[in-house]
Design a binder for this molecule. Structure first.
Ligand code: FAD
Length: 384
């Protein structure tokens, strides 16, 4: 008889990797199965950088997860010889009346996140690379940072495998069958493994396994661009001088951006968080971005950051898995005692990954999660 695993984790994007890290620390026999090659570009987790911020306009319900994740990113940093955290600070700018700026201030005040509220004049003095009109205001969060996404993912896997986690790449899970006790997991290449518990972290493919989420989780293609600084402007945009940012435009468009923290990415990475999302057929999309979308983003960027080149050096399409309320789904899968799942995208999940990994690990072993997840239950849509 083959190995019986305590847990099989299906899907090794950042959520699956963080879950392996959390599970391996519990000394469990764990196998992670990933359909594609390590570092592939088809899900949502690839790329060099992600924003971490705590003045969270999306709401105070995220704060305990953010605090836990921050501690875990920092503990991962201590284990790493290369930087995983770039302490850039973060600025969140918008017109007066911007829900994003008001929400950032509200959460920062309630959760005692260190921050400063800035007038348009103060933005111009402190961060003159941003073009702001007099109707704008902003929040500056000194503790916001950029995560070296690829490096952090590799490190989580390394720590997990050193603690005994096993990995299987390039083989998709095609069937999960419930046994008297536990599950059998079958893969496309003909492997069959037995496990007591399952964690599903399959990103945009999650609803293949959790059908009640089918209508609730919608994969969307969304472009992201890299803009190089104009001649003589490079030092203004490096990660020592330029913060991670959100900028709400007067027309409601919300741009996010962060300085380059890797030689693999040319210049400042910028995308729309709430625009340019198109429907997407999984596995059948190219990374190409239409000229129309590139033009729209370029015009917006030149309006707010005139020190960047007009046209991006690079543009590519990625995937957001949007939930109905743009939040996360984490918990036990209905009808199964030992099957758990997490969909944490809607374009803002990466920063939470180590907290979500620890939550899933504690659910698997029947412990109370380290942070409350009541707002993120998988069944919250059906109970409305
Ligand atoms: C352009 C962009 C910018 C972003 N910026 C930020 C940011 O600044 N800050 C932030 O916090 N978040 C950000 N996000 C969101 C964040 O990246 C996502 O929330 C996160 O990556 C989701 O990870 P995941 O592991 O759930 O999904 P995925 O990365 O999609 O991973 C799912 C994995 O499951 C595998 N899989 C699927 N089905 C199977 C199967 N049957 N068998 C085996 N494997 C399977 C897939 O191959 C894939 O590798 C951004 C996202 C994008 C796209």
């Amino acid at each position: 008889m083959g190995t019986i695993y305590d847990v099989v984790v299906v899907g090794l994007g950042v959520m699956g990797e963080a879950t392996l890290w959390g599970l391996a620390e519990q000394n469990l026999r764990v196998l992670g199965i990933e359909a594609r090659a390590p570092g592939h570009c088809e899900g949502s987790s690839h790329g060099a950088s992600r924003i971490f911020r705590r003045a969270y306009w999306e709401g105070e319900q995220y704060i305990s997860m953010l605090n836990h994740a921050d501690q875990r990113w920092r503990s991962l940093q201590e284990l790493s010889a290369t930087p995983l955290i770039y302490e850039t600070g973060g600025v969140f700018i918008g017109p007066k009346g911007s829900g994003m700026v008001a929400g950032s201030i509200d959460t920062a005040r309630r959760a005692l996140v260190e921050h400063t509220e800035w007038s348009a004049r103060q933005v111009k003095i402190s961060l003159p690379v941003f073009s702001v009109d007099s109707n704008c205001h902003a929040v500056y969060e000194p503790g916001a940072y950029a995560i070296a996404a690829q490096g952090a993912r590799s490190k989580m896997l390394l720590v997990a495998t050193r603690q005994g986690a096993e990995l299987l790449y390039g083989d998709a899970v095609v069937c999960i069958s419930k046994q008297h006790k536990g599950f059998r997991v079958y893969t496309r290449r003909g492997r069959c493994v037995t496990t007591n518990s399952i964690v599903l972290t399959a990103g945009p493919w999650l609803s293949d396994w959790v059908p009640e989420l089918k209508a609730r989780l919608l994969p969307r293609r969304v472009p992201v661009c890299w803009f190089e600084p104009r001649k003589g402007m490079a030092s203004h945009f490096n990660n020592l001088n330029f913060p991670v940012f959100l900028y709400e435009l007067s027309n409601g468009g919300l741009l996010y951006g962060l300085p380059s923290i890797s030689h693999k990415e040319p210049g400042v990475k910028i995308g729309f968080h709430n625009r340019q999302q198109t429907s997407c057929m999984l596995g059948a999309n190219s990374e190409e971005v239409s000229l129309l979308l590139v033009k729209e983003i370029s015009e917006s960027v030149s309006g707010i950051l005139p020190g960047l080149e007009m046209m991006p050096a690079k543009a590519k399409a990625c995937i957001y898995t949007m939930s109905q309320d743009e939040s996360f789904c984490i918990g036990r899968v209905q009808g199964y005692e030992n099957m758990f799942a997490a969909s944490a995208c809607s374009g803002h999940g990466f920063k939470f990954a180590p907290a979500i990994g620890d939550v899933l690990a504690s659910l698997v072993v029947g412990e109370t999660p380290p942070v409350a997840i009541d707002s993120f239950g998988i069944d919250r849509f059906s109970s409305k």
